[in-house]
Design a protein around this ligand. Structure first.
Ligand code: NAP
Length: 572
């Protein structure tokens, strides 16, 4: 059996013009038996109209393609090659005309898969006719039958669209490959329902693509005379066909300008941006506010307001204060209607901190341990992650302490006091600054908190088991350091409210990391799509993280197996 493989043409360029025809070419894997739709000659005619043929002739003469392809559908070779008016138009101009469609063997294979299921479904339908109503047996048999029907429809849909469209794209490429020219132009005649699928597949192998959608309009050359003689009626009308041509390049690409204040733009965020669907990511490094202003001005004026909707800025860098300064300038440089979406997530800190806070909030509620806003929270770590976590918590209403646990710091007390003032002045929040470089000082902090968040430097243990064994009240501890040793002794990477010591519930770095990943991906996707000139900062991220957590349902938890005879359902 021929293998389905879509590969780029080596050493050739291919331009494909997909011409949408007026109807979908009939195609089925197994002929439907129950097609009772009333037939109307105007809606059930599977033959190009005179207007389309005239338009097609003109198009062929203008474009002068090297080859023409069309879906075969259910037609025989004779119907396709000899009785097909489009084949005749091509042959008159000596242009090769070929079928591009699913391989017969592949079709037979799918048909055999379907046949088996259809036979079983028909047996069930037959058996149901003779069964009394309202019995469990009948209910079960109906459920099995419905399930089979759904499977059959899914296989048919898959075969008709993704599988068949891949064969069509491969057929076009194969025919172009056989041409002895380097630059090949192909006209492909397509059913309306397959234009977009085939286009996407061909574009994925760098084919230069245009689509032509012929629109038709009836115009009256004389006064309308519905009851007139047929001859007059025919003479009173004309059809105008106008093509709507779309080239791939007409759709402006999604561009992300990545402004990083560090000397190396983060590969993590660049990969995430491409995976979220950006067409291009342009990294700038060592970005200062002055530089940012020039980049933004240059970028926004090159695109019209429609293009601005597809432009986005991402501000990164280890230092959150520097990133915030860049954000300020970026926003000040934009004005309506030149306002592009802007994301700020310095070294992933905003999404990491948000994921940690949102996860803890959700876990407390789900474990019935109260509301986060009523808790006393200690945040170990004064880097960007710790600072943003402290800001979010204070805004929620928690009583918050931000703690520097660094034994190497000489100016500890002065540093935390300045930090507390900075958070008040720049972010309007009241957070207590604490310097706790020793186990004794850390114990004081731990005893004064209900919730502890660890966001200190990677690979450094902050809290030992011994410290936690002295704790009297229930605590929830979350850690974002995934590099061994973890910040908290006894905690595991994947912990999700595991009671790893009596009364101590842990949320591990991978549990938070997974939410952070989803969050950043969602922010990038939303920023790419919505084009409203929004700023995506930690406030926006918090809303989104809550939504993600609300909608999170484990597929494995929901799986059930239903069989006859029915089992008693256990009460939860
Ligand atoms: N999963 C993710 O995507 C992701 C993203 C970003 C960050 N992270 C993690 O989040 C954590 C915090 O990152 P960050 O960028 O905000 O901050 P960071 O720069 O990694 O760490 C800053 C904190 O660590 C303290 N520190 C430095 N050396 C120390 C030592 N020897 N002993 C104890 N503390 C020490 C600093 O002390 P001072 O207070 O004295 O300055 C400061 O409080 C890290 O573990 C990082 O790996 C994860």
């Amino acid at each position: 059996m021929k293998a389905l493989e879509i590969t780029p043409l080596e050493g050739k360029t291919l331009k494909v013009i997909i011409v949408e025809k007026e109807y979908s070419e009939p195609f089925w894997i197994i002929e439907p038996t129950n097609n009772h739709t009333p037939k109307n000659i105007l809606t059930s005619r599977f033959k190009p109209s005179i207007a389309f043929c005239n338009f097609f002739e003109k198009l062929v003469d203008e474009v002068k393609p090297d080859l023409i392809t069309e879906e075969m559908g259910n037609r025989s070779a004779k119907e396709f090659n000899e009785d097909n008016v489009l084949a005749q138009i091509s042959s008159k101009r000596k242009i090769p005309f070929s079928a591009a469609d699913i391989d017969e063997n592949a079709k037979s294979y799918v048909a055999s898969l379907l046949e088996e299921k259809k036979q079983l479904r028909d047996r069930i339908v037959k058996a149901l006719e003779d069964m009394p109503n309202d019995t469990p047996e009948k209910e079960y048999l109906i459920a099995y039958g419905q399930c089979l029907q759904q499977e059959i429809e899914e296989i048919e849909r898959e075969a008709k669209f993704s599988v068949r469209e891949s064969w069509i794209a491969m057929g076009i490429l194969e025919n172009a490959r056989k041409m002895e020219k380097v630059d090949v132009t192909c006209l492909h005649i397509s059913s309306p329902e397959h234009v977009s699928g085939v286009k996407k597949l061909l574009e994925s192998v760098d084919v230069d693509l245009e689509t032509v959608h012929p629109t038709k309009k009836l115009v009256f050359t004389k006064e309308k005379a519905p009851m007139a003689e047929l001859e007059d009626l025919l003479n009173s009308m004309q059809i105008q066909v106008k093509p709507v041509v779309r080239t791939s390049s007409e759709e402006a690409p999604y561009i992300l300008f990545f402004l990083d204040t560090e000397k190396r733009a983060s590969p993590f965020d660049i990969c995430m941006a491409y995976d979220a669907g950006f067409s291009v990511v342009v990294p700038y490094e060592n970005v200062t506010p002055e530089e940012a202003k020039k980049i933004v001005q240059d970028a926004i004026f090159s695109r019209d307001p429609k293009g601005i909707k597809r432009t986005c800025f991402f501000i990164g860098g280890k230092d959150m204060e520097k990133a915030e300064e860049v954000l300020k300038v970026v926003r000040e440089t934009m004005f309506p209607p030149f306002q592009a979406n802007t994301i700020i997530d310095p070294a992933g800190a905003y999404t990491t901190a948000t994921a940690m806070v949102a996860k803890v909030e959700d876990a407390l509620a789900k474990s019935k341990l109260g509301n986060l806003k009523d808790k006393r929270v200690a945040v170990f770590g004064t880097g960007s992650v710790g600072r943003v976590a402290a800001i979010l918590l204070a805004k929620l209403g928690c009583s918050v302490a931000i703690v520097s646990p660094n034994p190497d710091r000489k100016d500890g007390d002065e540093y935390v006091s300045k930090l507390s003032s900075l958070l008040r002045e720049n972010y309007g929040v009241d957070v207590e600054g604490v310097f706790a470089p020793t186990p004794e000082k850390k114990m004081e902090v731990i005893n004064n908190a209900d919730v502890i968040l660890c966001a200190s430097v990677a690979g450094v243990r902050l809290i030992s088991k011994d410290m936690l064994s002295e704790v009297k009240l229930v605590k929830v501890i979350a850690d974002v350091n995934a590099v061994p040793p973890l910040g908290v002794e006894g905690m595991k990477l994947d912990d999700d409210m595991r009671e790893f010591l009596p009364g101590i519930f842990g949320i591990g770095p991978l549990t938070i990391g997974r939410l952070k990943y989803k969050l950043e991906r969602e922010i990038l996707r939303e920023a790419r799509r919505n084009g409203k000139g929004t700023v995506y900062n930690y406030n926006h991220a918090m809303e989104l993280a809550r939504k993600i957590l609300k909608g999170e349902i484990s597929a494995a938890k929901l799986a059930v197996t239903v069989g006859y005879p029915p089992k008693e359902r256990k009460n939860p």
